[in-house]
Design a protein around this ligand. Structure first.
Ligand code: SAM
Length: 331
């Protein structure tokens, strides 16, 4: 039976955070504390959760964190995930993706591809090395990330996306340079509106650089043509008028897409979250620890999915901050 919530949305997309540690301290994400708050689990536990969820209709798995490449054996984990098949006839291999800051990607791209990773998204918030360091608060990262992007492209981790969170006062002047970067490097650059999920609670509506603003700024550089996109896709897609280079805009604040949300998340400590903005999570790992069978886990998951929130309430008077910040959820 397909996994569907009470609003009729099919849940096909799983994000697993495999650690809440990170080697960067991006100003809009972390307060600068070093460690994990919640810790992580052995890979065999995530694998069992994934196996049960794939048997329930999950077709895409994205590994995230924290920084997922900090976990030793991540390549072996991808290899195990790539063996999972839905029992009811899905012959297609699972779509396995990874979101990373790219710092450790250069050496891992080819092994990850060989293990069965389909795609990678690299987060990068400036194309100027000094600005990049001011945002990540770790010196020397820019060259590592660029090398990671190029290595991923050589390895055939395709389509290759570069995600940039824009925050007013920090990097909105990077919009046009990122347009040039997309064209030069042959990657899709996706701008993400800043959401109230940061540790420092610096978000306000004014800090968000909106979709309309991004489009207007990019049009000063070159005309853009919208590419039709699937309803379930989070990003609106555009290509430049001469056909060289693609950008996307993920606009959860100014143009929410909750009505088509197909995602659930598992946090590094094994809790299910049904929305980034959930105010509670559901302890799947505790069910495993008390000895639940796969059927009982599936039942638990089905019950949790029924509680999936209809939409987020960012910017509304009744907005209640999420119970965890992005780095401890898994972006
Ligand atoms: N370390 C990995 C990385 O950098 O991609 C994975 C985890 S990171 C939390 C995932 C994504 O969430 C990154 O692209 C990051 O920029 C984004 N992110 C973090 N905080 C955010 C916020 N408050 N609003 C929007 N995106 C955010």
């Amino acid at each position: 039976m397909r996994l569907t919530d009470k609003f009729g949305r099919a849940i096909t997309d799983l994000r697993i955070s495999i650690t809440d540690r990170c080697n960067y301290k991006c100003i809009y994400c972390r307060t600068g504390n070093e460690g994990a708050l919640y810790g992580d689990l052995p890979f065999e536990d995530y694998l069992r959760m994934a196996r049960v969820l794939v048997s329930m209709g999950i077709t895409k798995i994205r590994l995230t964190g924290g920084e997922p490449l900090l976990r030793k054996s991540v390549v072996d984990f991808v290899r195990e995930l790539a063996q999972l098949r839905s029992p009811n006839g899905h012959r297609e291999p699972l779509d396995i993706a990874l979101t990373t800051n790219g710092h450790l990607l250069a050496d891992l791209a080819q092994p990850l591809k060989t293990a069965g990773l389909s795609r990678v998204t690299v987060s990068m918030d400036a194309v100027d090395p000094d600005r990049f360091t001011r945002i990540t608060r770790v010196p020397g990262g820019y060259d590592h990330v660029l090398a990671g992007i190029r290595s991923a492209r050589r390895a055939g981790l395709w389509p290759l996306k570069v995600n940039c969170v824009l925050m007013r006062g920090f990097n909105e002047d990077q919009i046009i340079p990122f347009g040039m970067f997309a064209r030069e490097e042959g990657v899709t650059v996706r701008f993400i509106e800043f959401m109230p999920l940061e540790e420092g609670r610096t978000w306000s509506p004014d800090t968000v650089v909106t979709l309309d603003e991004i489009l207007a700024r990019m049009a000063e550089y070159r005309p853009l043509i919208e590419i039709p996109h699937a309803r379930s896709e989070t990003a609106r897609r555009y290509r430049f008028d001469d056909g060289i280079g693609e950008i996307g805009i993920i606009a959860p604040v100014s143009h929410p897409f909750c009505g088509h949300c197909s995602r659930i998340r598992i946090t590094s400590d094994g809790k299910i979250r049904t929305c980034l903005f959930s105010v509670w999570d559901h302890d799947l790992h505790a069910q495993m620890q008390r000895g639940a069978s796969d059927e009982e886990l599936a039942e638990f998951i089905r019950g949790v999915v029924q509680k999936k929130e209809e939409r987020h309430h960012i910017g509304e008077p009744d907005f209640v901050p999420a119970s965890r910040t992005m780095v401890h959820i898994g972006g």
